[in-house]
Design a protein around this ligand. Sequence first.
Ligand code: ATP
Ligand code: MG
Length: 554
Amino acid sequence: MEEQEVVSRHFIEQIMDKDLQEGTYTKIVTRFPPEPNGYLHIGHAKSILLNYGLAQEYGGQFHLRFDDTNPTKEKTEFVDSITKDVQWLGADYGGTVYFASDYFEQMYEAAVRLIKKGKAYVCDLTADEIREYRGTLTEAGTNSPYRERSVEENLALFEAMKNGEFADGSKVLRAKIDMAAPNMNMRDPVLYRVAHMEHHNTGDTWCIYPMYDFAHPIEDAIEGVTHSICTLEFEDHRPLYDWVVRELEYPHPPKQIEFAKLYLKGVVTGKRYIKQLVEEGIVDGWDDPRLVSLSALRRRGFTPESIKMFMNLTGVSKAQSTCDYAMLEYCIREDLKMKANRMMAVLDPVKLIIDNYPEGQVEYMEVENNQENPELGTRMVPFSRELYIEREDFMEDPPKKYFRLYKGNEVRLKGAYFVTCVDYCKDADGRITEIHATYDPETKSGSGFEGRKVKGTIHWVDAGSSLDAEVRLYENIVKEDEPVRNEDGSWNLNPNSLTVLKNCKLERNFQNAKAGMAFQFMRHGYFCVDIKDTTEETLVFNRIVSLKSSYKPN
Ligand code: ATP
Ligand code: MG
């Protein structure tokens, strides 16, 4: 990312500055217009935060409007989840949720106005015929034989369409623009179609439905939206957007501005793909933490702040680009760095027995919750003769520069004592079952002991008071740098996208962990209590991100 992009005013701000200066508008009104046909993903967050951020910056208004003009795919379930996600991101839409379908009557009236102006006509061509008549990029189209119908005839037919007198697909209302226009979208586009279908909001009131390109500018104009921000694929539709608001003679017509979509490497963005992964049962629902739907990111432990930071870093541009997932990881690490308590969790436990520590004795060690943020205070961590440590923190035959436990070596137990490994046991398969050590009572953490230094510090959990937990580690669901699907249509999935660790041991203080809370597991990364699968009996954690970073901001 260019630093300049972050600091200087981006092209949309420049347009808005000018529009206010010149008095084109007196106040900025933006909107986020999702179609309720799926869950929102990280790309939508870009649009939400951009639109909301601009309204906020200019002291204007931000609308949440469901673009629910297509009755086939829309569901109330999605309206609810989308509303929740927008709220979660902190995009304040002022409490009113708008629905495009509430404007069906006004859209119908707008269409009648166009007919009366001689700017729209009812056409009986079939969908295939309309396509044939449209021509190609190099050849002009041909006028429909129904193009010269009289205003009276068109009004009567359009009303009959509305009254349900025609079958689906038998008639459409088309704009009368120019069948030779270089922009294909201007070759008498369809404005209304007949569809005898139930609508999630209006039921069976309507059997004609407006097309997106006709409905959207009207929705914006009705709400007083000033800048209708959308993504680049709508650039070629802008002349039609302008035609609709001009012909309908709105006093302060909205204007459409396009920007580049956000793409992330190694993850599946795009509602269509996410939906397929969910429907084919490849993932555990829309909120599977390997997805980048907003519900999945929330469940994984991403915060609204981290997503905002990410959007600021990626900037707003007209040029298509792809961001590294590592950049999003950088943002959540930055956000949690000072907020999250750093606690001890052993993911692959092996027993460490301190032979010279009194049996039955328990000490409480005072440990800082976050070494970088003293405001988070300290906590007492139980310590006794039997502990768990990570299996990988012990080696029988250590290589050079291995500073953790091996026979004869001394390490520091984080926040407790120095211990020296004296022995270990193995089972018949050669697997380490127990490690024995002795501790030096003089070396207690915080006692000011300066006798000798050790090179390794490892974390531990008191065995007797430990809590059991399941920990889930995630990787990208698709293979990085490869297409989402192979040429034969099969998915290009990463077989290691989910690893479940069933036997993890956590320090006692995790007993206060609530669903959704994020922690740093010392030396491992950031983890969050799963909001779906955690129960009274079982704590389940999702790894949000490891501590290692491959991304450095410039
Ligand atoms: P998808 O491409 O994932 O199917 P969509 O564009 O069909 O999404 P809509 O509900 O129509 O989903 O989109 C609502 C708004 O979000 C639109 O203004 C759209 O341009 C914007 N949007 C969708 N995907 C992205 C993205 N990747 N980056 C930025 N904005 C996006
Ligand atoms: Mg769409």
